[in-house]
Design a protein around this ligand. Structure first.
Ligand code: ADP
Length: 394
């Protein structure tokens, strides 16, 4: 039996139908530019891609189009469950949950923490409940994996009332990906489930690291929002918060606009002035573009510094795990980062590092203790596995 995985964003809806037992993905795709005349449903099946217009469709019409597609493919009947990605679970969810009215109310309470994502996630849940009333619906939260962090890791040194009144603390994100690659890394690295110390680096458009001790997240780099931590495609990562007041005052702009620039106009894009896309930045750097070169240097420097810092909560390092579009594909980023971490005993294996790309996994260092690995992430599969487990236990 298959699980329908849904990831509902503000103007897009990603879906996948996955067999949790064989891990086979039967079909996946994205309905994007929802609400606009250019809305389309892009589908990937058996390695081939197709696209059809769904002009003007919003989430509900898009999900109906997905269901029609599944009917045509003979995949609509016999579904086991629907798994939903939910971005912000605040402190309320430490694991995946069957969706009930109480769970929906709690996700609604988290809207102030995830104002850009949670409302769309809730729209996806409501429509899926209408279309599949007899199926178990499961919420899988980006924040849940990091709920095992101790107070010393999640409490910001700010007035304590902000935590009590407004929930100001580190939550962390990309939890589904960190959990998935940490689990997969154990077998690859030959590490025991009850005694390991990993740093997982999820490097996509958004980037974060997690420190994982014996299967539990003990610290992570993203915070109250995904803005904190590593340098990213368009996000600055950690910077002096006084920058906001300084630039707002100097340019006579509202502070919110400066904050928007830290989220959308910074990172690789802001420094290079070219692109938020690592491929473009790497190519420009190789061709001699100085600002692209600086952007690449900062990206790897901040990443290496962060990995080293996360060894503190772990007490030792068994493995560094690279994942996400950049982590899986950029031999350059891995090599430059690892070279700055030689003092930890990580020594890059140039041939193995150059050989690893999307879909391949394995070690990219010469040594075993510690070692660095590439492990492709698969958040959809993790969601399908969680949803199947909960549906079968129900
Ligand atoms: P998202 O976070 O949106 O899921 P991905 O995980 O797909 O994104 O990562 C996107 C990033 O991966 C982009 O910066 C892209 O340039 C980068 N990337 C993909 N392939 C390569 C490659 N071969 N070399 C360097 N970077 C790559």
């Amino acid at each position: 039996m298959n699980v329908l995985v849904l990831n509902c964003g503000s103007s897009s809806l990603k879906f996948a139908v996955i067999d949790p037992d064989t891990t086979v993905e039967h079909v996946s795709g994205i309905a994007q530019r929802l609400g606009s005349p250019e809305a389309s449903l892009d589908v990937r099946r058996n390695g081939s891609r197709s696209s059809r217009p769904i002009a003007g469709a919003r989430h509900e019409a898009a999900l109906r189009a997905v269901v029609d597609l599944l009917r045509d493919l003979g995949l609509a009947d016999g579904l086991l469950a629907v798994g939903h990605r939910v971005v912000h679970g605040g402190s309320k969810f430490a694991g995946s949950m069957a969706i009930t009215p109480e769970v929906i109310a709690q996700v609604e309470e988290c809207v102030p923490l995830g104002p850009l994502h949670n409302p769309s996630n809730l729209v996806g849940i409501r429509i899926a409940q209408e279309l599949f009333p007899s199926l178990v619906q499961v919420g899988v939260f980006d924040t849940a994996f990091h709920q095992t962090m101790p107070p010393v890791a999640y409490t910001y040194p700010v007035p304590y009332e902000w935590l009590e009144r407004h929930g100001v603390r580190r939550y962390g994100f990309h939890g589904t990906s960190h959990r998935f690659v940490a689990q997969r890394a154990l077998a690859l690295a030959g590490l025991p489930a009850d005694d390991h110390a990993l740093v997982t680096a999820h490097l996509g458009n958004g980037c974060s690291c997690a420190a994982v001790r014996n299967g539990r997240s003990v610290d992570t780099t993203m915070g109250l929002t995904p803005l904190e931590g590593l340098m990213m495609g368009t996000r600055s990562g950690s910077v002096d918060p006084a920058i906001i007041g300084h630039v707002a005052g100097a340019e006579k702009r509202p502070p919110q606009e400066v904050l928007d620039a830290l989220n959308k106009g910074s990172g690789l894009l802001g420094v290079s002035g070219l692109s938020n896309d690592m491929r473009t930045v790497e190519e420009a750097a190789a061709a001699g573009n100085a600002r692209a070169g600086l952007a690449l240097d900062i990206f790897c420097y901040v990443l290496a510094k962060t990995v080293a810092a996360l060894v503190v909560p772990l007490g030792r390092l068994d493995a560094l795990v690279f994942t996400g579009g950049i982590g899986e594909n950029s031999a350059t980023v891995r090599e430059r980062t690892l070279r700055q971490l030689e003092f930890l005993g990580l020594s890059v294996d140039a041939a193995a590092n150059a050989a690893h790309g999307r879909g391949t996994r394995g070690r990219v260092t010469t040594g075993l203790k510690p070692q660095a690995l590439v492990v492709p992430t698969n958040e959809e599969l993790m969601i399908a596995l969680d949803a199947a487990g909960i549906a079968r236990a129900a």
